[in-house]
Structure formats: C-alpha cells, structure tokens
Design a protein around this ligand. Structure first.
Ligand SMILES: C[S@@+](CC[C@H](N)C(=O)[O-])C[C@H]1O[C@@H](n2cnc3c(N)ncnc32)[C@H](O)[C@@H]1O
Ligand code: SF4
Length: 384
C-alpha cells in the first residue's frame, strides 16, 4: 500500500485483549471469561500479526497505541511489554505518543499500575462505571465505590493522563441523582471522562432481565434529560464534550479515539479487532478473526490474523466519514468529493438545518447539541 497521494493520515495501533475476570450482564463486546493464558503463544501471535501489517503499509511513527478489551489490565506483563516493544521496533513512536491501557479498578489490578507505567503505558482508562455501591451491584461489577476511588487517585498519581468511564441512565436514575454523582466524579480531577448511557444490547443477561420484567430501562426522553445534565456539568467543570460520549479539558482529548472519528489509520490486532488503512488512493477495512483460538491459529498458519480485508467503495467511505466525524463537536470537513458522493441527498441538509439538527460552517458539517442526541436518526435522514 505504498504511493498514497499527499500526506498520509496519522497511524495508531489497537490491540484487543478478549479476557475478563467475569462477564458483565450489559456487555456485548468480544469477551470471554479468563482462562490460563499461554504467554509465549499470545506474545508470538500479536507480534507476528503486527509485523505482517508493518510490511504491508506505509511506514510512519505511531501517534497512539491502545490496549482495549475485554480487560487488558489482566494481560500478562510479558505480553504487554512485548507488544509495546514490537511497535517501537516496527514503527517507532512519535513525540508525545499516547499509550493507553483499559483497566478495571479492582485491588488486584491496582497493584499492577506501577508495572504498567514501567512497561510504557502513559494513559490509563479506568472502567469505573459508578462510584455508588448500589449502582455497582446492579451492574454486577466486581469492585465497589471505595476501590474505584482508590484506583482513580492512584492512577492520577502514577500516570500523566487518566480517564475513566461512567455508565449512566440506569433504571430510575433521576437528573438530580446523576448531577450529584457526576459532580462528585468530576471532583477527582481526571482530565478526561467517557460517559455512556446504559444500552440494553441483544443477547446480554440484561436483555433477558428486561424481557422477564426484572427492570425497566429509562425512556429515551428521560435519558436525553440526563444527557443534558452531562453536557452542563462537564462544561461547568472545564471538561466539555468533544464527542457524543467523551469529555476533556482542552488538550486532553484521546489521540487514539480521535483517529477513529477523524478518518485516521489504525492497525487492529487481537481477536475481532478492526483496522482502517489508507494507501494508493484506497481505504481498507480490516477485521481480525473473532474467536481467540481461531485468531491464534490463523496468525500461526498464515502470518496475519486478518479474517477479512475489504476495499471501501465511495459510498461506504462517505457513510463512515459522516457517521464518525459528526460524533465530534467540531464536526467533519466536507470537500467537493463528499458533495459529489452525496448527490441529490445534499438537499436533505437544508431540512436538517432548518430543524436545528445540523449546521454547515466554514466547510465543516456539525451536528448541533440536539442533533448529537439523535445522531442515528440524523444520519439515517441524511444518508439512507
Ligand atoms: C468494553 S468495556 C472495557 C473496559 C473494562 N473492561 C471495564 O469493563 O471496565 C468499555 C466500556 O464500555 C462501556 N460499556 C460496555 N457496555 C455497555 C453498555 N451496554 N451500556 C453502556 N456502556 C457500556 C463501559 O463503560 C466500559 O467501561
Ligand atoms: S464491561 Fe468490561 S469487564 Fe465487563 S465483560 Fe465487558 S469488557 Fe469485560
């Protein structure tokens, strides 16, 4: 994939670690209950997969490396260090490269923070979900509020950059409850927060519980009220939204996630990982083998763990560019090629704009605050 015209997009690497101590009732990620890990086999496979991608794509220093999951804070340290070292050898890191690891805030994982830091991790993303014991019990997390507070404080003392996830719009959560919880969470002083509304995903234990009438999810209107509270409180604390669910102090935005939303390149390794790569005028969408055993066997047999590599056509590129870019508060730059790809659908922008859902400003298309709340409907109205 050499010979791309013009400057190449920034490049990051995503590593998916699929194991968790237990499976949370709301989660539909590609996750499996933890088992014995063959360290040499995992290290070998991830390094081999990375090396295969490095041979295929135009060389650039990495601006980010992201360990997501699953629970990467349960990764054997040898595997973590081997992947970081492999990335350094294959691509090198740019100045101020971001190396993020997602960690669950249990005491067992807390004791490994120094090791993560020594291995090169400079940004910790904690899956706090809530600081409230009742909410954590409802979510069936294996940490309590006190452990979450200890984890955030320890992470802030150890890592240059810390973010944590909270889940809101829990059943019966009122705007007042959420405002109090969020104010207290903001008081910890992290410079980045991800705030996710609880979604009831197909095939999860929560979907079955809702089906049996064990609890009722919040209505969309009630969840939208809590979204407004999140915008107000984070802006007030100096961490305004820069994306639908992400809030940061200026300059503390996630470099890696910005690659996803702004059309950057990323290599994806590990079971089910996705990648996007640009070269020679084409944009490739890659997906790794989904199941861990198949992933390992695939890399061992055929060098790369990629199950599918698809060249995105103009329509898919447009849909992806708008659906990712309009998640950002700053919106997405629209060029002549996008206008051409939109064709007659360009007229729909006027209606969306008249409804106060989108704005076209200085060559960028933005979803307004109201538009971001119903972005899927906005995108459907624009693109379908
Ligand atoms: C895949 S998890 C990985 C992080 C880590 N394993 C953890 O659970 O703390 C990433 C984040 O997605 C969010 N998440 C996962 N499923 C969700 C759901 N159904 N509704 C809302 N947020 C969800 C949680 O906030 C979680 O921290
Ligand atoms: S929410 Fe996190 S810990 Fe729970 S199953 Fe999903 S990835 Fe694993």
């Amino acid at each position: 994939m050499t010979g791309a015209a013009g400057g190449l997009p920034k490049l990051g690497v995503y590593v998916h670690w699929p194991y968790c101590a237990r499976i949370c009732p709301y989660c539909d990620f590609n996750v499996y209950k933890r088992r014995e890990i063959d360290v040499a086999r995992w290290s070998g496979a991830l390094r081999r997969d990375l090396a295969a991608w490095a041979r295929r794509i135009d060389r650039r220093p990495l601006t980010s490396l992201y360990f997501g999951g699953g629970t990467p804070s349960l990764m054997p340290l040898g595997v973590l260090a081997d992947v970081i070292n492999a990335c350094a050898e294959l691509w090198g890191f740019s100045d101020a490269a971001e190396i993020t690891l997602e960690a669950n805030p249990t005491d067992a994982e807390l004791s490994r923070f120094d090791d993560f830091r020594r291995a090169g991790v400079n940004r910790l993303s904690l899956g706090v979900q809530s600081f409230d014991d009742d909410a954590l019990r409802f979510l069936k997390r294996n940490h309590d509020g006190a452990q979450a507070r200890r984890a955030v404080d320890l992470a802030l003392a150890r890592f240059p950059s810390v973010t944590f996830d909270l889940i809101y719009a829990l059943p019966e959560q009122s705007p007042k409850d959420w405002r109090i919880a969020l104010r207290s969470a903001l008081g910890h002083g992290a410079s980045h927060l991800s705030l996710y509304q609880l979604t009831i995903e197909n095939g999860t234990a929560f979907e079955r519980a809702v089906g049996r009438g064990l609890f009722k999810p919040l209505t969309d209107d009630s969840a939208a009220d809590l979204f407004d509270v999140a915008q107000e409180e984070t802006a007030r604390a100096g961490l305004p939204a820069y994306e639908i669910s992400n809030h940061a102090a200026p300059g503390a935005e996630s470099r890696h996630n910005l690659l996803y939303w702004s059309g950057g390149d990323y290599v994806g390794v590990g079971p089910g990982a996705h990648g996007r790569l640009t070269g020679g005028g084409a944009r490739l969408a890659t997906t790794a083998e989904f199941e861990p055993e198949k992933y390992l066997a695939g890399v061992e047999e055929s060098v790369s763990g990629a199950a599918t590599i698809e060249v995105l056509d103009a329509e898919s590129r447009l849909v992806e560019k708008l659906s990712m870019g309009m998640r950002l508060v700053s919106g997405v730059a629209i060029d002549e090629a996008d206008i051409a790809a939109l064709g007659a659908r360009v007229d729909r922008l006027e209606k969306l704009s008249a409804d106060g859902l989108v704005v076209f400003r200085e060559g960028r298309l933005l979803a307004t605050g109201n538009g971001r709340k119903v972005l899927n409907a906005v995108l459907a109205a624009l693109l379908c």
